[in-house]
Design a protein around this ligand. Structure first.
Ligand code: APR
Ligand code: ZN
Ligand code: ZN
Length: 361
């Protein structure tokens, strides 16, 4: 029997979001219905509301979520009702060239639930990032569910569905930060701070946080940065070189997504160092570099796709580390809110003191 639940809808471009009744079908083959317990508010949800991602309104927002599997469709064996899971954006196929090469984060044939969730009048909803979890329940492909330790707080587990995983993964998976490395992180929002947590976890000796906002730098220090640079008042590249004996950092992680910070990241790395690009630029942005610098500095420029994570390996691992007190993921949760407060949370994002508002159900 299809179920009626409450969910947060973005009805049209820049229109305020609102809570509406939505219809969730029974899970079909390969699908699961998940009872949502927590879902973080991310910039991407705001971008959907603004029509910056596509025009497929109305959206069912929310995508950084954890909850309990309620029911599964035919052929689902990896998760069963009652499992506590973190959701990810896409189920991977397991058989394409990228999957076979062990890089499933580049999978060519990812999928979400085939059936649609709707409004009461039958209007089909577009779930944000194939999830739609600002809702009491949502329908996903079973492969989007990853089982984790059920004793963790849901608002902490859900963080791994997006920005926090992207940042930690940028450090430990893409950047291969190692014991004793020097790391610079440019841009200390949720993603940059997570990169700091990941770098510390990997044993970095020096973690230099760079931002244009002193409040972000204070928070970065709490997250594990050993040095901070305000790049509004000083030259980021010079400052990073000075703090690394004149060389530059072994790994520089860019978590802003702008040409000037991409350029800073490029020049702030040591010869043969690694630049990890996790900040997402917009389509019109360009970067011009002297080819001799590209050639001569060696090392690697790598972009990081959702932290190049393997959910089945990384989600349970990071939750175990949190439960053991070896990383503090709860530090990313600034406030917990209700389904009706998402619009307010969007407004607060610009105030600069929020890492994550998390809807708790
Ligand atoms: N130099 C340094 N820091 C900057 C600059 C700049 N020129 N411009 C902005 N920042 C800082 C902001 O002050 C803020 O602390 O970058 C940080 C960006 O943080 P958020 O807006 O909270 O974004 P976040 O969620 O962390 O995502 C960062 O990663 O995954 C991508 O799409 C995401 O491109 C985005 C980036
Ligand atoms: Zn997100
Ligand atoms: Zn694949």
């Amino acid at each position: 029997m299809p179920q009626h639940v409450q969910g947060v809808i973005a009805p049209g471009r820049n229109e305020p979001v609102r809570v509406e009744t939505i219809v969730i079908p029974d899970p079909g083959p390969g699908e699961a219905v998940v009872k949502i317990q927590a879902c973080g508010v991310c910039h991407t949800d705001l971008h959907y509301k603004q029509g910056a991602i596509n025009d497929e309104f109305p959206f069912l927002l929310g995508h950084e979520a954890a909850g309990i599997v309620e029911s599964v469709g035919e052929g689902v064996t990896d998760v069963t009702p009652g499992d506590f899971v973190v959701l990810n954006w896409r189920a991977v196929c397991g058989t394409c060239r990228a999957c076979e090469r062990g890089r499933p984060w580049y999978c060519f044939a990812t999928h979400n639930a085939k059936q649609k969730m709707t409004l009461l009048d039958g209007t089909e909803l577009s779930p944000a990032l194939g999830i739609g979890a600002f809702a009491e329940k949502t329908l996903v492909a079973a492969g989007q569910c990853t089982k984790v330790d059920p004793t963790v707080a849901p608002e902490v587990a859900g963080l791994l569905g997006c920005g926090v995983m992207a940042g930690i993964g940028a450090a430990i998976n893409t950047g291969n930060v190692g014991r004793g490395d020097t790391v610079a992180v440019i841009g200390c929002g949720g993603v940059g701070d997570a990169a700091i947590v990941g770098s510390r976890l990997a044993g970095a000796a020096k973690i230099i946080a760079v931002d244009i906002d002193d409040r972000k730098l204070d928070k970065a220090r709490e997250m594990g940065a050993t040095h901070t640079v305000n790049s509004r008042s000083s030259d980021a590249v010079e400052a990073i070189r000075e703090l690394t004996g004149g060389f530059g950092a072994d790994v520089v992680i860019e978590a802003v997504g702008r040409p000037e910070t991409y350029e800073q990241a490029f020049y702030a790395r040591d010869l043969a160092g690694t630049v990890v690009l996790v900040g997402v630029p917009s389509p019109e942005m360009k970067l011009e570099l002297p080819l001799l610098d590209v050639f001569g500095r060696g090392g690697a420029l790598k972009s990081s796709w959702y932290g190049d994570c393997l959910p089945s390996r990384d989600f349970p691992m990071l939750i175990d580390l949190h439960q053991q007190g070896r990383i503090d993921l709860a530090a990313f949760v600034t406030e917990t809110i209700g389904l009706g407060d998402v619009e307010k949370a969007f407004a607060r994002m610009h105030e600069g003191d929020v890492l994550r508002s998390v809807v708790v159900l």
